[in-house]
Write a protein that binds this ligand. Structure first.
Ligand code: ZN
Length: 128
C-alpha cells in the first residue's frame, strides 16, 4: 500500500525493465547525451529497483561510518563511538584500500561483519 502511495499515478503502459504491458508508474527521468526520457516501470520492477537503491544507500552510509586502519601490526575496522573493533586479515584490508581508492561502495562482507559486531544500522542510516 505504501508503495502505491509513493507512486500515485499508475496507468497502462510498457515497463522499461521487463517490457511487459501492464500498470506502470513513472520513476523519473533518464538523461543520456542531453536527451531525456521518462522511465515507467511495473510494480515488481519498481519495487526491485527501490530495494536495489536502498541496499546501495545502506552500503554507502556504512562505508562513511567505518574507519579501517593499521593497528599494532594488524588491521582493524573501527566505528566512531564504539569500543569493539573488527580485526581484518591483511588481504581484506588491501581490498578495502583498493575499493576506497576506486570510490566503490562498502563490500558486502564488511557490511555483514559490521552488522554482526555492532548490530542494526550504522548511525548514518538511522531513522530511514
Ligand atoms: Zn516490469
Amino acid at each position: 500500500m505504501q508503495f502505491y502511495l509513493r507512486f500515485p499515478e499508475w496507468a497502462l503502459g510498457r515497463c522499461f525493465k521487463c517490457e511487459t504491458y501492464k500498470l506502470v508508474a513513472c520513476l523519473g527521468d533518464l538523461t543520456v547525451d542531453g536527451f531525456t526520457i521518462k522511465l515507467f516501470a511495473c510494480h515488481p520492477c519498481a519495487w526491485r529497483l527501490e530495494q536495489f537503491h536502498r541496499a546501495l544507500r545502506r552500503r554507502h552510509d556504512m562505508a562513511h561510518d567505518l574507519i579501517a586502519a593499521p593497528f599494532l601490526g594488524s588491521h582493524v575496522v573501527l566505528r566512531p563511538g564504539r569500543l569493539e573493533a573488527i580485526k581484518l586479515p591483511e588481504r581484506r584490508f588491501r581490498e578495502l584500500e583498493l575499493a576506497s581508492a576506486r570510490g566503490e561502495a562498502c563490500p558486502p562482507w564488511l557490511l555483514e561483519a559490521a552488522k554482526a559486531r555492532w548490530g542494526g544500522q550504522p548511525a548514518g542510516a538511522a531513522g530511514r
